[in-house]
Write a protein that binds this ligand. Sequence first.
Ligand code: FPP
Length: 264
Amino acid sequence: MNNTLKIIPRAAAVTHGGPAPRHIAIVMDGNGRWAARRGRRRVVGHRHGLHNAREVVRHCARRGVRCLTLFAFSSENWRRPADEVQRLMGLIQGALETEVDELHKNNIRLRVIGNVAQFEKKLRDSISAAETLTAANDAMHLVVAANYGGHWDLTEACRSIAMAARAGALDPVRLCADTVERFLSTRDLPPPDLFIRTGGEKRLSNFLLWQVAYTELFFSDVLWPDFGAEALEQAIADYNHRQRRYGRTAAQVAGAGAAEERRA
Ligand code: FPP
């Protein structure tokens, strides 16, 4: 399969934020408040949130973002009123069914991370069908985190590592960070370069805890249904002004950059 987006023309993209990060991860917060401000029910906010998620996926695909991870339902969201949980499940199910063809036509691979075993069979089947259909696509990786929690991800990794050690397939003495990464749900993905949380709160909410160790964090007061291409470009522009040091000094990083430019 080739790498061109068939129904998402690149020319139409707003690109003033500068080069796109390779992996963007988003906590889509603020749907409930968006609805409340309009005197509407929370589910209306979630529907608009889903509509915006579609726009952001399109924009990221046009921009050449390699991986986009969206936090659709956390392992703690079961604590919400039963009616809201049920409607969120319905929205996720509906989105999988209606969007998968467009994703596939655009060479986008869909993957769901999280404890999907706790979902009803119908939803599990839709997830598995969408993942199978798009498995070979490589223009962009769309990762939907559903019933996901960083604690769950790390606990599952620990369990698998312990089992592998017990079976003699892994030497615990040689365990290192790379080993842990190989057992996480994101094992074949690069770590996020840019983490965005909309809706004004400044917390991670148990999202990709291991993976965001060196991710640049961006918090926006804009509520998720209003966080469109323009807002995303502002986040990308902000990201492009950061200096990623990974423990080194600013001078070291600047020196390495200058050396790279001389070689180019
Ligand atoms: C947080 O806003 C949002 C959620 C818990 C759900 C997000 C889900 C969607 C946008 C739909 C499904 C998306 C995909 C990609 C399949 P909130 O309800 O906590 O808002 P509030 O803080 O204003 O109450």
